[in-house]
Structure formats: C-alpha cells, structure tokens
Design a protein around this ligand. Sequence first.
Ligand SMILES: Nc1nc2c(ncn2[C@@H]2O[C@H](COP(=O)(O)OP(=O)(O)OP(=O)(O)O)[C@@H](O)[C@H]2O)c(=O)[nH]1
Length: 219
Amino acid sequence: MLQFKLVLLGDSSVGKSSIVNRFVKDSFDEFRESTIGAAFLSQTVTINDNDSDVAQEITVKFEIWDTAGQERYKSLAPMYYRNANAALVVYDITQADSLEKARSWVQELKNKVDDDSLVIYLVGNKIDLVSNNNDDQDKRAVERSVAETYAEENNLLFSEVSAKTGEGIKQVFQSIAENLYQIRKKQDTTNINSTQRGNAPVDIHLQRPSTNDSTSCCS
Ligand SMILES: Nc1nc2c(ncn2[C@@H]2O[C@H](COP(=O)(O)OP(=O)(O)OP(=O)(O)O)[C@@H](O)[C@H]2O)c(=O)[nH]1
C-alpha cells in the first residue's frame, strides 16, 4: 500500500469539507459548519498498473488535511501543506473571487513547497448550481475555459465537480492517486539506477599526453 499526504486549500465556503466528506463518507450536508483550524481524515483508492509485465492492483491511502478557509486561519496553512504530496486547490464556480484566492494558493505552493513532484489539482466546485440551458437559473461566475487555460499554463490538473451530487469527486482522487503512483515509480527507477551506477566498476580513461600533442605540457 502506498501512502500520500494530501492538503485541501481554498477560500471559505467553496466546499472543501464537503468534497472530502463526499469522498470519505459519500455524504453531503447542506448546512455545514465552517472548519476551525483543520480536520484530518483518511481514505483509500485502488488503482491499476497495466504497464508492468503482470497487471497489478495498488491500494493508495490518502492522509487528508482539510484546512479552514477563513482568513484568520491562513497562517496555519504551511503546517498542513509542508511535506504534502498533493494539494487540492478549490474554488466555487459561482464566486469569481474564489478563483483569485485559488490562484494565490497555487502561487504560494509554487513559492514555498520545495518539491517539484507536488501534484496540484485545481477544482471548480458546485457545478450542480449551473443549468445546462443557460437560463436565469445559471449562477456560473467563472467560465470553465478561463480556469482550464490557467491550469494548463501552470501545469495543474483541473476539473469541475459537485460535492452535492458527487459528480466528478471520485475521479479527482483517482487521478491524483494515479499521478502520484507514476511519480513514485519514476523516482524508484531513478534511485535503483543510481544505486546500480554507484556499485558499478568505475571506468577511468587515463589519457597519456601524446608526444606530438601541441597542448601537452611536459617533455
Ligand atoms: N450547491 C452546492 N453547495 C455546496 C457544494 N459543496 C458545498 N456546498 C455548500 O457550501 C457551503 C460551504 O461548504 P463547506 O464544505 O463547509 O466549505 P469549506 O470550503 O470547507 O469552508 P471553510 O470550512 O469555511 O473553509 C455549505 O453550505 C455546503 O453545503 C456543492 O457542490 N453544491
């Protein structure tokens, strides 16, 4: 079993706790209390490795830190994103400001987390509030294409979800697990190769200066 630390970041009320609750308990609460400090939960997913000679199933355990989005808890966040393998940065597609906040979290992660392998997933939540036929009921304030382009430019994974209906939630965690597994596999291969290189006989070519080499110093 592989174990990874995942942190959720984003403005207050965007639905971070609701996303975790949907993923861990498959439930939704219309009247959730705002998180104080942070909450810890864990959940596993199963992924398939079909690249190996023998197809295998791998269990990935997520240790999840759901941080509080209220401004007064902002200074606590580094404690939770430190050593994280993945960050879920959440915004609410009905609140334009919440995308700006998400961008500032992404920037902070890129500046402060000294680990190129950190997987950052940008999530637009509450798609259940958007109607498909573009009428007055449509509460969308952030166009999908705007967030998607930003994600592409910044090398983030991206999708829109609904914690309320559950749409897209499982896929987010599944995709993070698959990405982290591929990264871990690559790191392991690199480590094995460099260990092997360390034990291999060192190939030293001692080149004698040729006598008619004009650059040689000594006669
Ligand atoms: N319609 C709809 N409402 C949602 C969805 N997700 C969350 N909500 C509601 O949005 C409100 C805030 O949800 P939370 O999960 O507490 O938000 P949070 O980001 O954890 O907030 P903080 O703890 O303050 O950081 C609650 O009333 C939820 O019921 C969703 O997908 N659709």
